[in-house]
Ligand binder design. Structure first.
Ligand code: KG4
Length: 338
């Protein structure tokens, strides 16, 4: 009999549902919330309400696209955290209700594990997946971590940011440039037309495998402030070069520690995950570095870099195989480590 997992993701501002059948993706539906655009960031209360509106049609669409009747499901996997509590409550409660109605188990998923395991989302049997152990550079709006992935349930954080995450560096610098939220994709787009060697920004000197991005952010702000004194149109005139130089600095910082982690561990497979892994410069730099050093790179499809239920379903599938089910008194958590 097939193992069919319904995944539900509602940790931030995307409502998503996906179906994985025997480890192969059957559907992945994402409803993004436009309501936050005018506020320059996600408004938690509005996000919860939008999840409440979206969850039933999104799950329904995921089942229909997969050609699955809900009575054929083996289990329901849901993101328990980290994320916005009000948003997580919608997915958690929905998963519990549906599982009670169908009399099937629920599996709770750590959203970060979902990003790390997103490389196991296969569209067909022959698709390549990483071999254990592999290194995962998890870069998102809230995290910048280098993780040694020994198995789907055994992950060791080798290094992480001591202040801002890479995504925050993109978003905060983009905000002061007057770009819409989230700024990362806008910097990516502008950087393609800019000169990355034009501006020099501070790089951290943090020992070990930890990251820091707050110094870069400050030096970016100072560059803008100093130049705006003499030229009020400095940002407008130089936005492509500013974006390209910022992106190149972030990539340098990310790659320096990743290379160090490869040297220390001797691991030959490198993966990236999380929203910032959608960045063209990051993707090229990691692919390039791996190619030059005989390493195997896993660069996720862009649809699986940001929040999606396919990664929740695959992480849930692994836990289901291990019979790691969740109790009905499980409450969501806002913060959690890998
Ligand atoms: O993993 P994710 O969807 O969720 C959170 O951690 O909240 O990551 C979102 C982050 C944001 O900071 C966004 O600006 C960044 O991913 N991001 C990008 C790109 N696409 C998304 N950053 C740089 N370049 C991109 N193309």
């Amino acid at each position: 009999m097939s193992i069919i997992i319904l995944g539900i993701e509602s940790s931030c501002d995307d409502t998503s549902a996906a179906v994985i059948r025997d480890g192969i993706l059957a559907s992945n539906v994402i409803a993004s919330q436009k309501v936050h655009e005018e506020y320059g960031g996600v408004v938690p209360e509005l996000a919860s309400r939008a999840h409440q509106q979206n969850i039933v049609p999104v799950v329904d669409a995921a089942l229909k696209r997969a050609g699955i009747d809900k009575h054929d499901l083996s289990a329901i996997a849901f993101t328990r955290g980290p994320g916005l509590l009000g948003s997580l409550l919608v997915g958690t409660s929905f998963a519990k209700g549906l599982s009670l109605g169908l009399d099937i188990p629920i599996v709770d998923v750590n959203h970060l594990h979902g990003h790390v395991l997103s490389h196991f989302i296969r569209k067909e049997e022959g698709d390549a997946v990483p071999e254990f152990p592999y290194l995962c550079l998890l870069i998102s709006g809230g995290n910048s971590q280098i993780i040694l992935v020994k198995s789907p349930s055994d992950m060791e954080v080798l290094g992480q940011t001591i202040d801002d995450a890479a995504g925050e560096a993109f978003d905060k610098c983009a905000k002061v440039m007057g770009l819409p939220y989230p700024g990362g994709p806008h910097i990516d787009r502008l950087a393609a037309e800019g000169d990355a060697s034009r501006f020099k920004f501070a790089k951290p000197r943090i020992p070990g495998l930890n990251y820091s991005f707050s110094g870069l952010k400050t030096s970016f702000l100072y560059t803008l402030r100093d130049n705006l004194k003499t030229d009020p149109e400095f940002i407008e005139k130089n936005k492509a070069d500013l974006a390209a130089s910022l992106q190149a600095t972030i990539i340098d910082i990310l790659l320096a520690k990743l290379k160090k982690a490869v040297e220390i561990t001797g691991v030959h497979t490198v993966a990236i995950g999380g929203g910032v892994s959608a960045n063209s410069g990051v993707r090229n730099a990691v692919a390039d570095y791996c190619k030059r050093n005989g390493l195997t790179a896993f660069i996720p499809e862009r649809a699986f870099t940001t929040d999606n239920a396919a990664m929740v379903a695959i992480a849930g599938y692994f836990k289901y195989l291990d019979k790691q089910f969740c109790e009905y008194d499980a409450a969501p958590y806002a913060r959690v480590q890998v």
